[in-house]
Ligand binder design. Structure first.
Ligand code: SF4
Ligand code: SF4
Length: 91
C-alpha cells in the first residue's frame, strides 16, 4: 500500500495563480491544471509529500492510500505509513 496526493478543489487557489505544488512536484506531468484547479494524476504520483508541504497554507492537498488491485485512490482512508519526508520538510 502506498499513498498518493489528492487536491481538494474547494481549498485550491490555483485560479488566483498559485502553482506551488506543480512547481515543486519532482515527477513530470504529475500535477496538472484541470478546470483552474491543480489535479494529481494518481499513476504518476510517488507519494513524496512535497506538494502537501508546500500547500500547507491552504491545506488543499492530503495523502491517501491507493488500492493495489484497482489502482484507485481510497479517499475515505487516511494515509498509512507516511514517507516522513514531508514531516521533515515541515520542521
Ligand atoms: S499549492 Fe495548493 S493552492 Fe496552490 S495550486 Fe497547488 S493545491 Fe492549489
Ligand atoms: S506527493 Fe510528490 S509526486 Fe505526488 S503529486 Fe505530490 S509532489 Fe508530486
Amino acid at each position: 500500500m502506498y499513498n498518493v496526493a489528492f487536491v481538494e478543489d474547494s481549498k485550491c487557489i490555483a485560479e488566483k495563480g498559485c502553482r506551488l505544488c506543480i512547481m515543486y512536484c519532482p515527477e513530470a506531468d504529475c500535477i496538472m491544471m484541470e478546470n483552474n484547479k491543480a489535479y494529481v494524476y494518481v499513476d504518476r504520483c510517488k507519494g513524496c509529500d512535497l506538494c502537501k508541504v508546500v500547500c500547507s497554507t491552504h491545506n488543499a492537498i492530503s495523502m491517501h492510500p491507493v488500492d493495489p488491485t484497482t489502482g484507485k485512490i481510497l479517499l475515505d482512508k487516511k494515509e498509512g505509513q507516511a514517507a516522513g519526508l514531508g514531516q521533515a520538510y515541515a520542521g
